[in-house]
Design a binder for this molecule. Structure first.
Ligand code: URA
Length: 434
């Protein structure tokens, strides 16, 4: 078999066999097939797509390039959530203790901020002492003890994806539904969860700008996952505006605590509860999402999820008392306010531009080796649909330096739109795909 023949076959739109996909990916991981041939193949996939059968095989081959976390000996059910990424998206921090309080174990492996999107690991690491580099043994122990653990992917998880994703990133081949499906699912299935809820975001701050593309990705994830024996539900959710009132690392930890105390902003609570409800259904604790949501609301009111979150902070190296002490105070000394340039209703705060501003401020990063700031970010005092008077403070911004504030300012000001009439209500959850 030759890589060039496989590239040619895909270039002409034919379906590749299991053996051909195994040969190409296996050879890439082993170092016998060079980057340039795999890049050419990825570009052919970008233009020609893959059949569901090919996508399934690619996912399986990538999964088998590494290990699957062994959760045997721990009682389930095991259910996790994965978001395709956004701005201000901190639902993971709330969901894991929330569903754990209902007897569902969440083996959560997350990623870091990259480009305009935030990362769960960076948020958690803003808690002084919190470790996200757990060994597999620690991961298992903490899941058993707290009902969930939150860590980064170990090197043994889908190494083929690590190589391929880095290559796609520099060859303009990320935005391919079969390649995204295989990338996400190979890692998620390796975590060992039986059920997965996907939060597939669409809009300016998402990967998929267009809801129709978001829906195609959601269907591909659900169908490929089902073919691998996983129970999957996807929600298609709006990411045109940042989620919640806070965007930043420690700021988002604080807002997650607010949610765990029943004081979270409406949009964030809505998305979180709808995702949690599906996790409860997949975990077999409720028959319908409605029933699951009612259980989640009651759990939040009991205070148990908050207690589990604080227990987990201790288990992963942080100090819950110190965390509570830092609340409302752990901020960069470099700050500025953004005021309304005119009176009217806020009709848009563009998530993408806010996310890009976050990179300047130090919330996110452009390159994987960049260091992020725990205390940078933006607090939104006014949001979509709110009435403001000219000169009102709309946002407080914290940056890693004075220069970072100067660099971020035009993006933040450009993100804010104000109009005379009240804008239409937003639909946060567009569709459920199961
Ligand atoms: N996230 C992933 O993990 N992989 C992709 O291909 C895209 C987003």
């Amino acid at each position: 078999m030759r890589a060039v023949d496989i590239i040619m076959k895909k270039r002409s739109g034919e379906e590749l066999s299991r053996e051909e996909i195994e040969f190409l990916i296996g050879g890439y991981v082993a170092g016998t097939i060079p980057d340039y041939q795999v890049s050419a193949w990825a570009m052919a996939v970008y233009f020609q797509g893959m059949t569901p059968a090919e996508t399934g095989v690619l996912t399986e081959v990538m999964l088998k390039s590494g290990n699957v976390i062994d959760l045997s000996g721990i009682s389930g059910p095991f259910v996790d959530k994965h978001s395709t990424g956004g701005v201000g998206d901190k639902t993971s921090l709330i969901l894991a203790p929330l569903v754990a309080s209902l007897g569902i174990k969440d083996p959560m492996m997350s990623g870091r901020a990259l480009g305009h999107t935030g990362g769960t690991l960076d948020k958690l690491e803003s808690i002084p002492g919190y470790r996200t580099n757990l060994t597999v043994e620690e991961f298992r122990e903490i899941i058993q003890k707290d009902g969930f653990a939150m860590t980064g992917q170990t090197k043994e998880i889908a190494p083929a994806d690590r190589l391929l994703y880095a290559l796609r990133d520099v060859t303009a081949t990320v935005e391919s539904i079969p390649l995204i499906t295989a990338s996400i699912l190979s890692k998620k299935v390796a975590e060992g969860a039986e059920g997965l809820v996907f939060d597939v975001k669409y809009g300016s701050g998402a990967f998929m700008k267009d809801p129709e593309d978001g829906e195609k990705l959601a269907r591909s994830l659900v169908n490929t996952g089902a073919a691998m024996g996983k129970r999957i539900i996807a929600l298609l959710t709006d990411m045109n505006e940042p989620l919640g009132n806070m965007m930043g690392n420690f700021l988002e930890v604080e807002e997650s605590l607010d949610c765990l105390e029943g004081k979270g902003p409406k949009d964030l609570m809505e998305v979180t509860l709808e995702l949690a409800a599906r996790m409860v259904v997949l975990g077999g604790k409720a028959k319908t999402a409605q029933e699951g949501r009612a259980m989640c609301e009651a759990a939040l009111a009991s205070g148990k999820p908050r207690e589990l979150f604080l227990n987990n902070v201790r288990s992963q190296g942080g100090n819950p008392d110190q965390l509570l002490e830092l609340r409302g105070r752990y901020r960069s000394p470099f700050s500025m306010e953004i005021r309304a340039p005119r009176s009217g209703y806020i009709s848009h705060i563009d998530a993408y531009q806010i996310g890009l501003a976050g990179v300047h401020l130090g919330v996110g990063r452009n390159r994987t080796e960049d260091v992020v700031s725990p205390t940078a970010g933006i607090q939104f005092h006014k949001r979509y649909g709110d009435l403001v008077q000219s000169g009102d403070i709309v946002m407080t911004v914290w940056g890693k330096s004075d220069q970072s504030l100067k660099d971020a300012k035009p993006l933040i000001e450009g993100a804010l739109q104000i109009q005379d009439s009240k804008p239409a209500l937003r639909t946060l959850i567009r569709k459920e795909i199961a």
